[in-house]
Every structure is written in structure tokens, then in C-alpha cells.
Ligand binder design. Structure first.
Ligand code: HEM
Length: 117
């Protein structure tokens, strides 16, 4: 997961080294989306595996405050793995819907909105 994070971060950072509109820049952005989405889906996979087969208790046991600290740190890591990719994904989706509405002038955006009675 750490390597995927690094790859997602590095691909968007290095995309700036290529000229705007170039194929290489688009390819780096596409890599960024792929790595980012992989983080998102792998996080859910990890979470479901963890719920299905709980991790063994540490032996010898740890003080209560250390177990609590570890639990919270893990929860924060899972939240990060799920929350980081979301804004990019949503912004993408939103940009494409606006493109359809204002540039192509089709009804894609209207079809996404709830029906008015
Ligand atoms: C581990 C997950 C992710 C991390 C850590 C991450 C991080 C970043 C960072 C650091 C930037 C550059 C911001 C800036 O300096 O302007 C960025 C930009 C962006 N990200 Fe992500 N991102 C992740 C996942 C995603 C996903 C899943 C998508 C979409 C499918 C996405 C779409 C975008 C877009 C559209 C941009 C703007 C690119 C541009 O400049 O044109 N990101 N992201």
C-alpha cells in the first residue's frame, strides 16, 4: 500500500515535468488515476479481509493504552487510504459531467440529477 501511495504521488508530481497537452503528461496522469484507484479498492479489500479473519492478539499482552493507540492508528490509516483517492475521483466525475453539459450540450448531467415531480 505504501508503494502504491508513493507511485500515485510520484506520477502526479512528475507529470509536471512534461509539456502541457503532451502524451507523456496524459500518460502520467492516467497512471496517477490508476494507482490512486488501486489504493482505494485495495483498502476495501484489506478492510473486508480484516473483518472476516481478525488478527491474533499480541502475546504477551500489551497495556490497555498501547492497544487503544494501535487501534486508533490503524483506523486512521484505513480512513486515509479510503479518503485520499475520493476527492480526485469525484472531481473527475464532476468535470466530465460539466463537460457534457456545457461543451457537448447533451443531457448527461440532467440524467444524473434526481427526477423532479
Ligand atoms: C492514494 C491516492 C491519491 C493521492 C495520494 C493523490 C494525490 C494527489 C496529488 C498530490 C495531486 C497534485 C495536487 C497539486 O499539486 O495540484 C493530485 C492531483 C490530482 N488527482 Fe490525485 N491522488 C490520489 C488519488 C486520485 C484518484 C483515484 C484520482 C481519480 C481517479 C485522482 C485524480 C486527481 C486529479 C484529476 C488531479 C489533478 C491533476 C491535474 O493537475 O490536472 N487522484 N492527486
Amino acid at each position: 500500500m505504501l508503494l502504491l501511495f508513493i507511485a500515485a504521488y510520484a506520477s502526479i508530481e512528475f507529470s509536471g515535468d512534461f509539456p502541457k497537452g503532451s502524451d507523456s503528461r496524459s500518460a502520467m496522469k492516467a497512471l496517477h488515476f490508476s494507482f490512486g484507484l488501486l489504493v482505494f479498492f485495495m483498502a476495501w479489500l484489506r478492510l473486508s479481509m480484516r473483518l472476516l479473519s481478525p488478527t491474533p492478539h499480541p502475546e504477551p499482552t500489551l497495556p490497555f493504552w498501547q492497544r487503544q493507540a494501535a487501534r486508533r492508528a490503524h483506523a486512521a490509516l484505513y480512513a486515509l487510504m479510503i479518503a485520499m483517492p475520493l476527492p480526485g475521483w469525484l472531481a473527475l466525475n464532476a468535470a466530465v459531467a460539466l463537460f457534457h453539459h456545457y461543451v457537448r450540450g447533451d443531457n448527461t448531467l440532467r440524467r444524473m440529477l434526481p427526477k423532479r415531480s
